[in-house]
Design a protein around this ligand. Structure first.
Ligand code: SF4
Ligand code: MG
Length: 333
């Protein structure tokens, strides 16, 4: 099947005075056309950095130190300024968590719609822009007349986020990246927005990449999922195959820690704290929190192995002979 984006060996570093933070560590990742793919992980796992890297907008002092991001066979990281300008919004657009900050407080939504489209296509008529905007605002279940005339402060957080979703579709992008698009909103508004996004996906066939910390949302919304931990992709595959049979201990822990998937009695919060990115554990960075860790996990970095059709896992359980021996010794005791 065709991929909109193919990420290869992507590494993003943040050189800080206290040391280097590798926010994304040699990630290989495909975004298949026409599907909803999710990237899930705790905060600091690297999902937002992945999102901004795809649009080459990693915030300073972060930098893409190696890797490739292919779009239609070309490396986006080698695009010149003009090509990059066309790529953003018209090929790949993004909805951030904080819509409040993305909208200009002193301009009406109407003015911002026109400005956004004109920045990419100076010749397009105002009527055409507004027709499209009205259609999209109706799509996100807002009253176009009222919203276009409004300033951002006249809209609720949920309305602003729906405006941002409409904005992200203005230039008919192939891929929309949604970085925690509902995190700041109440639960009912969150469900409402996911309902709208699912409808957009169904009707327009827009490919979506959702970054979220909530694996419950992934189960309901996405078709494919990548799990990130400490800047690494630790498991990736079809949602059904991962939810039926999570092969990475972190993924199964994540699923057991979410109230929306199991009864509250069975909740098992993941033990230990999120890793310190300035001082990552050796070997597998999950080893201090992993109940299945063996001595080899501390010493050796796991590699990505295939455990099923389109299902990849970064854990010694599935590939390392030394791990198997150590496991065997434990069982004999
Ligand atoms: Fe746990 Fe070892 Fe697998 Fe890491 S490699 S997740 S420590 S079993
Ligand atoms: Mg984030």
């Amino acid at each position: 099947s065709e991929n909109v984006i193919e990420v290869r060996g992507l590494t993003v570093d943040f050189p800080l005075r206290a040391g280097n933070i590798r926010a994304v560590n040699h990630v290989n990742f495909d975004i298949p056309k026409g599907k909803i793919t999710a990237l899930v992980g705790e905060s600091g796992s690297g999902k937002s950095t992945m999102a901004s890297a795809i649009l080459r907008s990693v915030s300073s002092p972060g930098l893409i130190s190696s890797g490739e991001i292919f779009y239609q066979g070309e490396d986006v990281l080698k695009y010149n300024k003009e090509k990059m300008q066309r790529f953003k919004w018209s090929k790949v657009s993004m909805v951030f968590q904080a819509a409040q900050n993305a909208l200009n407080p002193v301009m009406t939504i109407r003015e911002q719609v026109i400005e956004t489209v004109r920045a990419h296509d100076a010749k397009i008529t105002e009527k055409k822009i507004l027709d499209k905007a009205k259609e999209l605002l109706e799509y996100v279940r807002l009253e176009p007349g009222r919203v276009l005339a409004a300033h951002p402060h006249e809209l609720s957080g949920g309305m602003k986020q729906r405006v941002m979703i409409a904005f992200s579709l203005l230039l008919n992008p192939e891929l929309v990246i949604l970085d925690e698009p509902t995190t700041a909103l109440d639960v009912i508004t969150q469900a409402y927005i996911f309902d709208i996004l699912a409808q957009i996906h169904e009707d327009m066939g827009t490919t979506m990449l959702l970054m979220t910390h909530d694996i419950g949302v992934v189960a309901r919304f996405a078709e494919r999922v990548g799990v990130m931990y400490a800047g690494r992709l630790v498991e990736v595959g079809d949602v059904y195959s991962i939810f039926d049979n999570a092969d990475h201990p972190y993924t199964s822990n994540l699923m057991k820690s979410v109230p929306s998937l199991l009864s509250n009695d069975d909740l098992q919060p993941i033990v230990g704290s999120t890793p310190n990115l300035l001082n990552l554990p050796s070997g597998c960075p999950f080893h201090p929190r992993c109940k299945q860790a063996k001595p080899v996990c501390k010493r050796v970095d796991p590699v990505m192995v295939e455990t099923g059709v389109d299902h990849l896992v970064n854990c010694h359980i599935h590939s390392n002979e030394e791990y198997a021996r150590e496991q065997h010794l434990d069982l004999e005791e």
